[in-house]
Design a binder for this molecule. Sequence first.
Ligand code: 0WD
Ligand code: CA
Length: 383
Amino acid sequence: LSHDFHGGISASDPMPCSPPQTLSTRRQLYERDFPLYQRPVEIGCFSLDLERRFFNDARQLRYYVEPEHHPNFNLRDGYRDRYVKRDDGVKERIDHILRWILANRSKLRPSETAAASSPPRVLGVEFVTWRGHLTKLLTTPYETREGWLLAVTRLHGTLYMSEVETEAARQERQTRTARHQEMMYWGYKFEQYTCAATAGGRPDQGGVVNTNEAFCTVVRTQLASHRLLFSGEVDCRDPHPSAPPAPFCYLELKTSAEICTPKQRSNFHRYKLLKWWAQSFLPGVPRIIAGFRDDDGVVVAVETYETSKISQLIKNEYNCWKPTVCMNFCSEFLSFVKTVVREDNPRVVYLFSWEPHREVSYSIHRDTDYCFLPDWYVKEITS
Ligand code: 0WD
Ligand code: CA
């Protein structure tokens, strides 16, 4: 590392050295043994209904229905007349996770001994965030196009992390072509073709696709020395009664352009499988079902990828991504955050920012629009 950074400083040190100002994202720095990553444990789940209302239960969980050998899925069907799109201008930040925490506080209280030995942490975890934010961290050493902004606030010893949309991402979102907007629908339509509302039920191919609806798992795990609580949206589960318990019964659904050339195959391995692997590895989702579609949105093949075998699959690619680099970088980033974010104050945000070919840096913001812990949460968790 360019700076002497070992993550040994804690917020409670009486005379801490000044923390490092930046963190390198160079791959070579993270090529070492795979860090500890504890088997993720599902500690709860929640659902968002068709009006995006929160429920502390699994009512939105869907069940996988295996497609026929030659399915006839037209992903364009219903785009004009049976599509209710979530308003992506509404920033929910980590509010749903906070709602889940308040509804499940009793499960989260640290043991008396743990509370006595270290600064009192209300939750018994050090980080609270979305799985999607961690996915971005995992893929950072290999990302060459899109930067990110992560807001972090320390409250009662727990570090809350919530993404902030970059200016480039906002531009991209507001200037999408009609074609791109339609293609964003295709993934949700594939879910509708392959999921049922009940175990043993049939998909409702003629129904409305409403992207407000979601089922999210909440998992607890540990990366190196970091105790994490995160939530991720889950597409469906294995309907079989003998399927393993959550999160190992969950399935991730994806669509991707059909692969016709060696170049396309290589790009798929190098870029797309990295993102797919990182996203599903984090919560312990064991299988990814991919629908390959042509340019007209017709699914031409359906393949299953086992998350644990993806890194083997890509080993023949020249200079390809490595899971250990992803996990070690994420772990070092979390150590960096722990040393930097010292003030325990819901009105202070440490904004970590990264652009491709740069180092991670941060700035500090007091009483600004970056604040993301709502008053209802701070009040309730403090009482
Ligand atoms: O507003 C934001 N910037 C974010 C909102 C950033 C990250 C997440 N979220 C919300 C989403 O609305 C969703 O309810 O969090 C939930 C999902 O969290 P996650 O599981 O941590 O996110 P991620 O792993 O990035 O995405 C999982 C799925 C996606 O599946 P695919 O197969 O496309 O990766 O969640 C959906 C999507 O189906 N999803 C979203 N849906 C609507 N708006 C969004 C979004 N911004 N992000 C992910
Ligand atoms: Ca998906």
